[in-house]
Unconditional design. Structure first.
Length: 446
């Protein structure tokens, strides 16, 4: 057969391929922008904790004690993240990735907006801190359900196995993008409000988050469900209780994933949250110097995170991840040596370089963890494995760093803590299987 009749199947195939690629691009954009907005909300709280909350909500405490109290509220968000992972992981594996992501975005955005309206200690006493704690918990629940869905929304639209690590790294890009926007917002309103920053300046970036949520919802409503989840529905393989089933079948992968994140998550929150209280209180550095430095560091991550994802496609997820953990364990010592000079140039260099070792892990991490779980349990397993690290790493890290400095009066004690985290991560990562280049679209049980 020749002519138009013969060419019709080829035209349909090309059209189908073009549609799929268009949907892949939309899914990646929706995931990346959505995670950027959610991380803007989460990081905004992190930044302001070190700069404002100790003074505004715990004014009668010693400065160091006030910082610890503020970071305790900060840590509540991390305790809530596994709760969010369990709740939204269940729905993500039951009703789909898209619907669940819309719910997480709304939850996170509303909670962040309300933070701006919480009165200080002088107005309502300890109730201000209690309201902050509740809203921080809600934030944590929202972000706990966000990560798994965003990664799967992008990764499960990927047909080829050759670029899965690169594609899955784009939702991870939302972290430095959110970090950049949140730091930029605080820096801008710090300059605009000047001495009134503690009164009203810090509140405006929280109020503006509601606009970003509207943009994110508009984008997410325009995408389709992933082919992988549609296949699960069509083959009637939707699990009735995915969270229970994933713990039964994949408990090892969940626990190992959490410990593999130690070298990535704990140092990250030391480099991006604790550094503000350490720099301003202990080293007497300029608040704006620290904000600008973290701002530039986040821009560097725009390149290094997708690059690390690409390298994982070429050299293997596990190999790139372990290399990043080793570099992080070494860099912690260099980081505090440069900070402790108190010289603006070296402080700037230390902070700008700090996220590069982190990004070597964070780029491949999404695919490394998500590939460890069968499709019908993937949202639940990947989310819980990823978010459990919040309890053992990210949440406690600023408090541990503050306590170590209070005890030893040296940043090198914190560097030692980072090295211990790196050792744990290397051991845990060696226990994860590497599925680089393998087909993970079909159901499989391990």
């Amino acid at each position: 057969m020749s002519g138009p009749a013969a060419s019709a199947p080829l035209m349909r195939l090309a059209h189908s391929e073009a549609d799929h690629q268009a949907q892949l691009r939309r899914a990646v954009i929706a995931s990346t922008i959505g995670t950027t907005i959610e991380w803007y909300d989460f990081f905004l709280y992190s930044i302001v904790t070190g700069l404002v909350f100790a003074k505004l909500y715990f004014p009668k405490s010693d400065p160091l004690v006030g910082t610890l109290e503020a970071f305790l509220i900060y840590a509540v968000g991390f305790v809530a993240r596994p709760v969010g992972a369990a709740i939204f992981g269940h729905f993500g594996d039951r009703i789909g990735r898209k619907s669940t992501l819309i719910a997480t975005l709304l939850l996170m955005g509303i909670a962040t907006f309300l933070v701006a309206l919480v009165p200080g200690y002088q107005t309502i006493g300890i109730w201000g801190a209690i309201l902050l704690t509740i809203l921080r918990f809600i934030q944590g629940v929202g972000v706990g359900g966000e990560w798994g869905g965003s990664v799967l929304l992008a990764m499960e639209w990927t047909q080829t196995t050759k670029h899965r690590g690169f594609v899955a790294s784009w939702p991870q890009f939302g972290v430095p993008a959110g970090l950049f926007i949140s730091n930029l917002a605080v820096l801008a309103f710090s300059a605009l409000s000047g001495p009134d920053f503690l009164t009203w300046g810090w509140r405006v970036p929280f109020l503006l988050s509601i606009i970003l949520v509207g943009i994110g919802l508009w984008i997410r409503l325009g995408i389709l469900e992933t082919p992988t989840f549609r296949n699960i529905i069509e083959t009637k393989r939707v699990e009735r209780a995915p969270m229970l089933e994933v713990w039964r079948k994949h408990a090892r992968e969940i626990i190992v994933s959490a410990f593999a994140r130690m070298a990535e998550q704990a140092p990250f929150y030391i480099f991006t949250a604790f550094v503000f209280s350490y720099g301003v209180t202990a080293l007497h550095l300029s608040r704006n110097l620290l904000l600008k430095s973290v701002l530039v560091a986040s821009v560097v991550s725009w390149i290094t995170i997708p690059l690390a994802g690409h390298l994982s496609d070429r050299f293997g997820r596990r190999n790139v991840y372990i290399f990043g953990a080793v570099v992080t364990g070494i860099f912690g010592w260099i980081y505090f040596a440069m900070l402790d000079t108190q010289a603006p140039f070296w402080v700037f260099i230390a902070i700008v370089l700090s996220l590069i070792p982190h990004d070597l892990m964070y780029g491949p991490q999404a695919a490394l963890i998500a590939e460890s779980f069968t499709p019908r349990l993937r949202y639940s397993g990947a989310s819980v494995g990823y978010q459990l690290a919040s309890i053992i790493a990210g949440g406690p890290a600023p408090m541990i760093a503050t306590a170590l400095f209070a005890t030893y009066h040296s940043g090198y004690a914190i560097a030692a803590f980072i090295t211990v985290c790196a050792v744990i991560s290397v051991i845990a990562t060696l226990m994860l299987k590497d599925y680089t280049g393998r087909d993970i679209s079909e159901e499989y049980d391990r």
